[in-house]
Every structure is written in C-alpha cells, then in structure tokens.
Design a protein around this ligand. Structure first.
Ligand SMILES: NC(=O)c1ccc[n+]([C@@H]2O[C@H](COP(=O)([O-])OP(=O)(O)OC[C@H]3O[C@@H](n4cnc5c(N)ncnc54)[C@H](OP(=O)(O)O)[C@@H]3O)[C@@H](O)[C@H]2O)c1
Length: 288
C-alpha cells in the first residue's frame, strides 16, 4: 500500500527501476536522478512549508519542521528516502540547534518503519556506505557538542567552518570526538562560499549526491550560487502567518532575488496524501 498517491509524474524517461519494490510501493513510483554536473555534486533540497510559505515557527520546542508538517508520516518517509539516496546531508548550524539533542540525519531516524528498505536501497542497490555523511556548516564554530550527531559511532560528521570556528571547536574538545572531522575553509565576513563547500565535498569526500536540509539561511546562499538542482517541497495544509518584522522564515532567509535573476523551476512530480502535497521541482534557471 502506498504512503502517498502519485498525481503527476513527468520523470518517466528511465527504463530501469531504481528503487526496490517495497520503496516503490510506498512512494507510488520510482525515483531517478540525473548524472551529477561536472566537478560538483548534484544538489537536492528538501523542505516542508505551510501554505503561506513559513518553514519554522521559531518558537521554543516548536521551531523544527515537524511542527510545520504536523509530524506527517509521508513527509518523514520521503525525507528518509532522500537521505538514503544521498552521499551526504548538509545542514546549517541553527537547524542543528533547533532539533532534539537526539536528532540524527540518517534515513531511519525520520521513518523507522522503512529502515530495512532504506538500507537495502542504499547498500545493495547503490553500493553506498550504511549512512550518509552529515555536513554541518558553522562560521562561528559554536556548536553544542553534547548532541547525538557528534557522538554516534558509525555516523560520520564533518563540520565545515572558518579558521576562527576551527579554533573555537578545538577549544571545546571537538577534535577528541571520534566520528567528527573539522574542515576550515576561507571565508569572507564569516561566510563560506557554497561552491567552496561543494568543491571540498566533491574532491575530498567523493560526494556526488548532496541532500540540502536547510535551513533557509544556508539554503538561500546555495540557491543564489546556482548550486541547487532540485527541490522536494512538502506543502502542509496550515497557515502560520508572519508579523511585519518577520521572525518566521520562509524557504529563503537573509537574501532576496531580483525578478530577472530569480530561480525558476520545472514541476517534476506531485504526490498527495490526505491534505498534504509532496512536490518535486527541477531548477531551470532564471527567466531572463
Ligand atoms: N521546514 C523545514 O523544512 C526546515 C528545514 C530546515 C530548517 N528549518 C528550520 O529553519 C530554522 C533554521 O534556519 P536558519 O535559516 O535560521 O539557519 P540555518 O541556515 O540552519 O543556519 C544558519 C547558520 O549556519 C551557519 N552558516 C550558514 N551559512 C553559512 C556560510 N555561508 N558560511 C558559514 N556559516 C554559515 C551560520 O552558523 P554560525 O552562526 O555558527 O556561524 C549560521 O548562523 C530552524 O528553526 C529549523 O528548524 C526548517
């Protein structure tokens, strides 16, 4: 029985199925990705948004995506599916801080019922390691190192930071954590260029498929650098509202596009379960 129902699927030019049958049934269809571009990973984003475009309530204990989706099982299943397809999952420091301290960016953390199906797909079909690499971006290096993501054997984590951030992390004891690596990159005003991050992941970690799980600050920079190829967006049937000073972020925070260079997308698929919609878009460039 499918967890979602496919309403539109325009991604049907592939002859061979990729997903194992159990996942194909739950997803009500197959899932293919194109060959990565030369010299950087193929980058897919995954977000859940309210009908009015809010991705976080930014309230204590209600800042994470689960409040936006209503802990929707199909959203969680698709998140796990995308994690199982990826070589690495990238997140910004504030997204790490806003999830439970036990939070892990591995497939079965979001949807435990499909643990074995994810693993079959990942290990037997795609011949990838058991878990994707977790990539945390922090300019300051001020991270809560007691979190599970820094202390779970078998789940490799790298922190991409500045040289000041590396010193901060070393002072806090991060270099003693077995599963954690720290990489300092050049930064201007504390901000590391998305393309430098992608180059490092591609060349040093052989990442060919990168799942971007936000937040809106980090994701916006990747969009602006033309470094997002696809977007999986769950549309959740609620409205959060925003005050004039807009603390609640939308998909992109901290920068804005002009009409002549705003990214546009082609709709690849639409899936549905009850009142939720699961949209998949591929970037087509700007309209100009
Ligand atoms: N609904 C959804 O699907 C969804 C998905 C993801 C996140 N969220 C929510 O979004 C919120 C977090 O988003 P956010 O936009 O506030 O933060 P974010 O993008 O997760 O993280 C921002 C932080 O990441 C670091 N960073 C970002 N870009 C950087 C760069 N170019 N170079 C160096 N460091 C960089 C900085 O860390 P330092 O301050 O350490 O320097 C910055 O403060 C959370 O509430 C989360 O739950 C929702």
């Amino acid at each position: 029985m499918g967890l979602v129902r496919t309403l539109i699927d325009r991604d049907q030019e592939y002859a061979e199925p990729t997903l194992p049958q159990g996942l194909r049934e739950l997803y009500d269809g197959d899932l293919h990705f194109p060959t990565p571009p030369a010299r950087r990973p193929f980058v897919i984003g995954n977000f859940v948004s309210t009908l009015d475009g809010v991705v976080s309530y930014k309230l204590k204990d209600h800042a994470a995506g689960s409040t936006i989706s209503g802990s929707d099982p199909a959203d969680r299943f698709i998140m796990g599916l995308l994690r199982s397809a990826a070589d690495a999952v990238i997140v910004g420091a504030r997204t790490v801080q806003d999830v439970s301290p036990k939070g892990l960016w591995i497939p079965e953390y979001t949807y435990p019922d499909a643990k074995h199906l994810y693993s079959e797909y990942r290990v037997n079909v795609m011949h990838k390691p058991e878990y994707p690499l977790v990539v945390i971006v922090s300019g300051s290096g001020r991270l809560e190192l007691g979190r599970a993501i820094f202390r779970t054997p078998g789940v490799p984590t790298i922190v991409i930071t500045t040289s000041a951030g590396r010193d901060e992390l070393a002072k806090a004891g991060a270099t003693k954590l077995g599963a954690v690596q720290i990489h300092a990159l050049d930064a201007s005003d504390g901000s590391i260029a998305p393309l430098a991050i992608l180059r490092l992941l591609y060349l040093q970690f052989r990442v060919r498929m990168l799942l971007h799980e936000g937040g809106p600050t980090l994701f916006g920079q990747f969009l602006a650098a033309e470094a997002v190829d696809e977007l999986f967006m769950t549309l959740s049937p609620q409205i959060a509202g925003r005050k004039a000073d807009a603390v609640r972020p939308a998909l992109v925070q901290g920068l804005e596009f002009m009409p002549d260079c705003a990214p546009w997308f082609q709709l690849l698929s639409v899936k549905q379960k009850a009142e939720h919609l699961y949209l998949r878009y591929r970037r087509t460039g700007s309209r100009s």
